[in-house]
Unconditional design. Structure first.
Length: 504
């Protein structure tokens, strides 16, 4: 059996640790990798734990478009074979190609490439990916994210060829992560959920764990991601300008000097993924100016005596928006549709994501304030206070939607969230149906405790305890043994789906 790993940026080191675990625990010896950064490739080539049969470097694959002659017949055939149903989803998903983001800071939204160049990029990457899969012939591919032309091509081509795909997704229960072979749903959780609802002794322990989790959460609601709470994010002027403190200013200056040195000493600084240090400085200055001016004049007071629905703004750019809700990336437009779909006396409370403080320009909030029944809530407010008092929560696929379910609240979604398979959740696929969907959820919502417990039990059954974010943050190739031990639960979960037996 041969494994292919999508070794995306810092995940390259975690992915390599997974390869070691697969080799030692399950005897898999054949590996190949789709790698995103040159330093990651250099590490993978220099290490001696795993002998990879081949690598596809994203920067080299991308670079080929410059010499690529546009072949419309090739693209038409590619569209017939891998269209979703056309090829635009591949381009729209790629924040670098489509918006020049990552290289520039949000809210930058202007592509560096023309329409023809985008087609040539897609063509060049498709040819390179076809050759890579045909040469390497993996039996399964592990994805950390699907957020670029290359990664979506690799996923789609694997599906067509019968190669199994495994994508990590947070299960939003403690530090649990699950896997899915179809990025549009949580297939293993959904299958087990269906079986648990039918009853059966094999799942009794999971049901008990689910009941305990639900009780503990309701007794003391706590956010799934502590790092995305108002307490942990710099959502005040003082915190935003901490870098100017006497004990930090020299460190900040040193970081900028080092950035310029690293950039100009890099012989591959022409790679499309290389961030120019002056862009970092320019974009940060813009953000700090926004914070200095402030947003306080936009914020409204909370009135718990009025009826309101709650829409939490999503972090951008993120896979939760670009992949799981690709036709709702314009959140202002979506908020306008939600606001006009509510009962006439309702308010729509909109709260900024704590991680986005300072990123969105003032004009973004000015546009929201034009909507008569919208109230903009300051990001310092804890979302639980709004969820508990809201009559309805509306979201793309956020954690707030999951928390609303746990607190017995009606929920409407627009994206492919973890929890869409629960019958209490109503997904809006056609925007014209939104007013009726909201009316049904407000007037005829029937909460089902047993169904929710069954779903949480399925999460316990089909997930691994792994603090992937923390493992991700362990830089470089240091502590590889520690990384390997940490990823074993996830490796074992994937191995169980492949019917692999441990050799140790």
């Amino acid at each position: 059996m041969k494994a292919c790993l999508q070794l995306q940026r810092r995940f390259a080191y975690v992915g390599h640790a997974m390869a070691i675990a697969f080799k030692e625990r399950y005897g898999i010896k054949d590996f190949c990798g789709y790698v995103y950064l040159r330093p990651s490739l250099e590490f993978l080539k220099s290490q001696t734990d795993i002998k990879y049969s081949g690598f596809l470097l994203d920067e080299e694959m991308f670079k080929k478009y410059k010499d690529e002659k546009l072949d419309l017949n090739f693209l038409k055939n590619l569209e017939k074979e891998y269209g979703l149903p056309n090829l635009w989803p591949y381009i729209e998903l790629d924040r670098v190609v489509r918006y020049n983001l990552l290289l520039r800071e949000y809210p930058h939204d202007t592509s560096h490439y023309s329409h023809e160049e985008m087609m040539r990029i897609l063509q060049a990457e498709a040819k390179a990916m076809i050759k890579f899969i045909d040469d390497e012939k993996p039996d399964f591919i592990i994805f950390s994210v699907i957020a670029s032309i290359g990664s979506l091509l690799l996923y789609s081509m694997a599906k067509k060829r019968g190669v199994r795909t495994f994508l990590f997704r947070t299960a939003r229960v403690g530090t649990k992560y699950s896997i899915t072979e179809d990025y549009n749903k949580m297939d293993y959780i959904e299958k087990t959920f269906s079986e648990i609802k039918k009853g059966g002794k094999p799942y009794q322990d999971c049901v008990k764990q689910a009941e305990e989790f639900l009780k503990k959460f309701r007794d003391n609601p706590s956010p799934h991601s502590v790092m995305d709470t108002p307490k942990k994010r710099p959502i005040t002027r003082q915190k935003q300008f901490n870098f100017l403190a006497f004990n930090k200013i020299f460190k900040s200056a040193g970081w900028f000097i080092k950035s310029f040195y690293v950039y100009f000493s890099d012989k591959n600084r022409g790679d499309h993924s290389t961030i120019k240090p002056w862009h970092i400085i320019l974009d940060r200055i813009k953000r700090k100016v926004r914070v200095l001016i402030g947003f306080g004049d936009f914020y409204d007071e909370i009135d718990l005596s009025e009826d309101f629905a709650f829409f939490p703004l999503h972090l951008e750019p993120e896979m939760a928006v670009s992949l799981f809700a690709p036709f709702y990336t314009d959140q202002i437009w979506l908020i306008k549709q939600i606001a006009r779909s509510l009962p006439v006396h309702y308010k729509l409370y909109v709260k900024e994501h704590p991680a986005m403080f300072g990123y969105r320009p003032r004009r973004y909030y000015k546009e929201l304030k034009k909507i008569p029944n919208v109230k903009l809530i300051k990001p310092a407010v804890v979302s639980f206070d709004l969820i508990k008092n809201a009559k309805l929560l509306v979201t793309l696929s956020s954690t707030a939607g999951w928390e609303a379910l746990l607190l017995k609240k009606p929920l409407v979604t627009f994206g492919n969230g973890l929890y869409n398979t629960i019958s209490m959740v109503k997904k809006c696929d056609v925007i014209e149906n939104l007013p009726q969907i909201i009316k049904e959820q407000l007037e005829n919502f029937h909460y089902d405790e047993n169904e929710l417990i069954s779903f949480i039990a399925a999460i316990f059954k089909e997930s691994a305890d792994i603090n992937l974010v923390q493992i991700w943050d362990i830089e470089g190739d240091s502590k590889m043994e520690e990384k390997k031990e940490a990823v074993i639960p996830l490796v074992d979960l994937i191995a169980s789906k492949l019917n692999l037996k441990p050799i140790i």
